[in-house]
Write a protein that binds this ligand. Sequence first.
Ligand code: 45D
Length: 152
Amino acid sequence: LIPATIALFDQLNVDDQLAYLWYAYTEMGKTITPAAPGAARLQLAESLLTQIKLMSPEEQTKVMRDLASRADTPISRSYGFFSVNTKLAFWYELGELMKKGLVTPIPVGYQMSPGVKVVLEATQKLDQGQQITVLRNTVVNMGFDTSELAPS
Ligand code: 45D
């Protein structure tokens, strides 16, 4: 069930992947919150989060799209060096910043696509540990991995 759910996620376009993460974060908030990332882990992501907070709303959206589409940007490269749990912690904190109004929110009137709904429903059928495994798999490949570049 876990690989099937990840395969469904992989078929989503970039905006749908972001939307999926958002709803996973908000709807599973109750189960995730007790395991909310520790301060130590967030320190690693702090510099990126600070940069993002200082950006315009348009730039903030672009950064998130760039991460999801694995674009080669300085922020995507920094993200690529994070451990998988720091990647999760980073997204979790972005979600918190969106809730606080410090990062631009989901567009007003946004309706999730049928594809997002399918992946979300598949995720809801899993237990909490399996849900975290799926989430780890969704964020681990985001950003830009410089190790994929040819050696120079
Ligand atoms: O449709 O350290 C656009 C544990 C327009 C423990 C948009 C853990 C189009 C150890 C504006 C692009 C393993 C438990 C939409 C950690 C459009 C540990 C916008 C785990 C929708 C860390 C989209 C923690 C946007 C876990 C802006 C499980 C979307 C953390 C933004 C999980 C989405 C965190 C965001 C999750 C999603 C965070 C910010 C799932 C955040 C998700």
